[in-house]
Design a protein around this ligand. Structure first.
Ligand SMILES: Nc1nc2c(c(=O)[nH]1)N[C@@H](CN(C=O)c1ccc(C(=O)N[C@@H](CCC(=O)O)C(=O)O)cc1)CN2
Ligand SMILES: NCC(=O)N[C@@H]1O[C@H](COP(=O)([O-])[O-])[C@@H](O)[C@H]1O
Length: 285
């Protein structure tokens, strides 16, 4: 049974009730007995009592932020310095993000993100196994670890390997990535780090900025959730543009993860994910 939160005028917002807590708990205790349910709230317009209850619950969730909401559990994937990981971790420790970072996953065990995790008591998991990382785990081992840790959401933050389809399917509508361009422009295989900013400058684009998107089985083709824009200046070096974009990344990613962990992501009829305002349940971005 589904119920309506509201109509945006551009299509109904939809929610589907989460499975009974017992089922969720049993799924967590015995491993991957069932796939974690997407946290997104989707309601279809109806006068049915369950629909009204769902809409009221969604409104209550929208009004009350994370008050009384189950604290979420995050795994962050990095390959480099980890400034986005640190921004998210600091926001979780500071109470802005209703979550705990319970694992850092990396293909580069010596990277800055892994060092920050080790220095702050966050378990580090090396994935995937490779010649340069022989201690790495397999996809199945990673899935088991994420389920044993009861991870709700996966956040990619400068992770440079393709997430396997098994992981994407095990976490439906529950994996986010941040990319340093305005997707779909300047995304896909080969577009990472300074390569992105060099391509933006060479294109003559006057604006750039970060994109937060849901992750599917291909690089950078998942649904866009949030973007910010910054100017590209005539004499910008790739490093200068990268720094300008990175500053906005830290803010837009923390805001998106805050909404994710407060169940304020709603999916429009046409499949576009929206962020419901923390203060006005009828306002979406
Ligand atoms: N299934 C998915 N996996 C990943 C996604 C995604 O959207 N779906 N996003 C990337 C992050 N990313 C852009 O945001 C990205 C990272 C890396 C590459 C890339 O071309 N990588 C090189 C290897 C680089 C290296 O190992 O040093 C390659 O595959 O040849 C493109 C985009 C994370 N995973
Ligand atoms: N296509 C993936 C990609 O290029 N990701 C980018 O890597 C950087 C990681 O920085 P960080 O390690 O300091 O968070 C960030 O700029 C992120 O957008």
């Amino acid at each position: 049974m589904e119920a309506a939160i509201a109509s945006t005028g551009s299509g109904l917002l939809r929610s589907s009730p989460k499975p009974p807590a017992r089922q969720q708990r049993s799924a967590r205790v015995v491993g991957f007995a069932s796939q974690p349910q997407p946290r997104a709230v989707r309601c279809k317009r109806s006068t049915h009592p369950a629909a009204r209850a769902c809409a009221a619950a969604a409104r209550a969730g929208a009004m009350g932020g994370s008050v009384g909401m189950e604290r979420k559990r995050l795994a962050v994937f990095v390959s480099g310095g980890g400034s986005n990981f640190r921004a998210i971790h600091d926001a979780a420790l500071g109470g802005k993000v209703n979550a705990d970072v319970v694992a850092l996953v990396t293909d580069k065990p010596g990277c800055g993100g892994a060092e920050h995790a080790r220095g702050n008591g966050v378990p580090v998991v090396v994935f995937p196994k490779s010649k340069s990382a022989p201690a790495g785990v397999s996809t199945d081992e990673l899935l088991n670890t994420l389920r044993e840790l009861r991870v709700d959401f996966i956040l990619l933050a400068g992770y440079l390997k393709l997430i396997p389809v098994e992981l994407v399917q095990a976490y439906p509508r529950s994996i986010l990535n941040i990319h340093p361009s305005l997707l779909p422009a300047f995304g896909g295989k080969g577009y990472y780090g300074l390569k992105v900013h060099k391509a933006v400058i060479a294109s003559g684009a006057r604006y750039s900025g970060p994109t937060v998107h849901f992750v599917d089985e291909h690089y950078d083709t998942g649904r866009t959730l949030a973007q910010r824009i910054v100017p590209v200046l005539a004499n910008d070096t790739p490093e200068q543009l990268a720094a300008r974009v990175l500053h906005e990344e830290h803010q837009v990613y923390v805001d998106a993860v805050t909404a994710l962990c407060e169940d304020r992501i709603v999916w429009r009829e046409d499949g576009v994910p929206l962020i419901r305002s923390q203060t006005n349940p009828n306002e979406y971005t």
